[in-house]
Design a protein around this ligand. Structure first.
Ligand code: SAH
Ligand code: SF4
Length: 358
């Protein structure tokens, strides 16, 4: 049988080996983190790329059982940021040489929404001299919508599979055609066919999920040959059906630790993809995202959502609802990233090297 150190030197991993890595503690966990960093540097370099995150609407037609802005949560005040507010946030990103933005929202497939995004994409491109890269994260849409948005200027898309185990997926979503695992999988394939760099991911540490499930998630990312992954700890929200299982959860710190091990292990498995330091890490540990940067992640998504809307975009409890200036203060952000031993790829799109090689 291989030793832990021997497994770490591999390029391909069995499910059992992945479970072993995810289970590592103490010195072995340190070895895992060190090896992830060793693999990361030659594969994607030392730069961190910024994607300014604009959560432009919390109107959602879905009812995912874990999410604070699900349709049935009547406590949420629904909003849609105006074009001007969105363009202003994008302008901030452009002027501060963030390179890219992510436009994220609840799921809405109405023709008016689809058309609005088309126009917005064109305006963002126009007003940034075509320089700002645009990632979308607006849920499942038709192949035609994906195609149109791509043509209008979006070139990356984030759609987490949430769990690659169909049985588990069913447990955390309502049992109806709008929340079907097969549809989600198909959407990921449609995105690829439309020419996007595709990102997916999962929540880590939600009720009923095992380490074997997480190992399967990692193998799923590899099999799907994705370009980017964003994954973070599951965090309970009291106004959701899944809150009833909160007593079965690992502690937040355990979920955080597991999320870091997922990031490091994924870096070994897929050396040249982009891996985001998820915002949910920061909800558990103020320096959580920077910690992820030191053990394999290379993408950071500073929040550019207009402050007035932030408290209504609470996907989970304790979501950092930071004062804009503190989060974005260039010197602080730079200092924190330098402390993590990385440099910032100002003004660059920071596309997935994995995608470029295809
Ligand atoms: N509506 C789009 C994008 C917004 S939700 C979509 O669902 O794809 C973005 C991500 O937030 C989801 O993919 C999910 O993984 C994450 N999320 C939602 N509720 C969460 C929770 N309670 N804890 C951690 N992450 C959560
Ligand atoms: Fe809507 Fe996305 Fe939340 Fe599901 S996870 S309820 S699709 S915002």
């Amino acid at each position: 049988m291989k030793t832990f150190s021997e497994i770490l030197q591999d390029k391909d991993f069995t499910r059992e080996e992945l479970v072993l890595l995810l289970n590592s503690e103490g010195g072995e966990r340190q070895q895992l983190f060190q090896q992830a960093q060793n693999i990361k540097l030659p594969a994607v370099g030392n730069k961190v790329y910024f994607r300014g995150l604009v959560e432009f609407s919390n109107i959602c037609s879905k009812d995912c059982l874990y999410c604070g802005i699900r349709k049935s949560n009547e406590k949420v005040i629904r909003y849609e940021a105006s074009d001007d507010e969105i363009l202003e946030a994008c302008r901030f990103a452009w002027i501060n040489r963030f390179g890219s933005v992510v436009l994220q929202s609840g799921e809405n497939s109405s023709p008016a929404f689809v058309q609005r995004i088309n126009l917005l994409l064109r305006k963002i491109k126009e007003t940034s001299n075509n320089e700002l890269g645009i990632t979308l994260s607006c849920g499942e849409q038709s192949p035609e919508t994906y195609r149109q948005w791509h043509e209008s200027g979006a070139h990356r898309y984030l759609l987490r599979i949430e769990s690659s185990n169909p049985d588990l997926y069913r447990k955390i979503h309502p049992d109806n055609e709008f929340h079907s695992f097969d549809r989600r999988l198909q959407a990921l394939k449609d995105l690829k066919a439309a020419g996007y760099q595709v990102g997916t991911g999962v929540m880590i540490g939600f009720p009923f999920q095992t380490l074997e499930d997480l190992a399967d998630d990692l193998l799923f990312f590899k099999r799907l040959d994705v370009d980017m992954v964003g994954m973070g700890p599951y965090i309970e929200h009291e106004d959701t059906p899944m809150y009833q299982f909160r007593n079965q959860l690992k502690t937040k710190q355990q979920r955080f630790d597991l999320a870091l091990k997922m990031v490091a292990t994924l870096r070994l498995l897929m050396p040249d993809i982009n891996i985001a330091a998820a915002t949910a890490l920061q909800a558990i540990d103020p320096a959580g995202r920077e910690k992820a940067l030191t053990i394999g992640a290379n993408i950071l998504m500073p929040n550019l959502t207009p402050c007035i809307y932030r408290k209504e975009y609470q996907l989970y409890e304790n979501k950092p609802c930071l004062d804009e200036d503190a989060e974005l203060c260039r010197n602080c952000l730079e200092a924190r990233i330098e402390l993590a031993g990385c440099e910032i790829g100002y003004g660059e799109w920071g596309d997935s090297k994995h995608f470029s090689k295809k």
